[in-house]
Design a protein around this ligand. Structure first.
Ligand SMILES: Nc1ncnc2c1ncn2[C@@H]1O[C@H](COP(=O)(O)OP(=O)(O)OP(=O)(O)O)[C@@H](O)[C@H]1O
Length: 231
């Protein structure tokens, strides 16, 4: 499978503290990769560097395309919607950003697919957290990106909301989109990830499919494996 991103020896420090320490990250076409690690492990900083938002101190990142910022989708921990605008108007405004004139029918199809049609007239910022997360994924996939990067997409959601995010990630994969997402939820990671990167103190300490990592360390539970490797 073709690599969409190949990052080598990425490093970032804030003042004297090294928060991402010579990591290598590859993301291949169509795969779902989970980035897991304790609070402060360096996940968001890594995601920021891969998105080109945070400049790395050293290391290189190669992308499959020269216009990678336009061809990736992203949902960061807080996604700004246009204040005072309804859900449907937000979708249209983001569509206009990408140069996509969206018909009302197209917008309604998107909203229906993410169970948001009934709130199309509601101001986006008044939606529940789960609804906002789903809307954020709609707006970041309007332009059919090849790769979507989601920073803790299920944080703060109830079990149903978490399940919905897992289904959305699976749907993206089924349509050929690669997904990199960070998470603290091991069940979610087991359910959707093809491959896991475990980060600890700025380093990637494990990289493999859930099954291969559990076999390698002879631990039959991802949460236990995580605790073992990050203690
Ligand atoms: N702009 C910044 N200036 C100074 N320190 C920063 C900055 N951004 C992040 N850090 C520090 O870098 C470290 C890694 O932070 P980062 O947000 O990447 O971790 P994380 O793994 O995403 O954590 P969490 O799971 O809590 O979101 C933390 O110690 C954090 O305090």
């Amino acid at each position: 499978m073709r690599k969409l991103i190949s990052a080598s020896q990425l490093t970032k420090s804030y003042k004297t503290k090294c928060v991402v320490d010579h990591i290598n990250v590859d993301i291949k076409e169509g795969e779902v990769v989970a980035l897991i690690g304790s609070n402060g492990a360096g996940k968001t900083t890594t995601i920021g560097m891969l998105l080109g938002i945070i400049p790395q101190d050293s290391g290189t990142i190669e992308y499959w395309t020269t216009d990678y910022k336009k061809e990736m989708g992203t949902q960061l921990q807080s996604t700004p919607f246009f204040e005072g605008y309804s859900v449907e108007d937000n979708v249209k405004l983001f569509g206009a950003f990408y140069g996509l004139p969206l018909t009302n029918k197209k917008v309604e199809e998107k909203l229906a697919a993410f169970d948001l049609l009934q709130v199309k007239k509601t101001p986006a910022l008044k939606l529940s957290i789960g609804q906002q997360k789903r809307l954020a994924i709609i707006v970041t996939t309007l332009h059919n990106p090849k790769l979507v990067i989601l920073d803790e997409p299920s944080a703060g959601l109830d079990p149903r909301g978490q399940k919905e995010i897992q289904q959305i990630i699976k749907r993206l994969k089924d349509s050929g989109v690669a997904v990199l997402f960070s998470s603290h939820d091991m069940l979610e990671v087991m359910n959707v990830a093809d491959r896991i990167l475990i980060m600890h103190h700025g380093k990637i300490i494990a990289n493999g499919s859930p099954d291969s990592l559990m076999a390698q360390y002879q631990i039959q539970n991802l949460e236990e494996l995580f605790f073992e490797l990050t203690k």
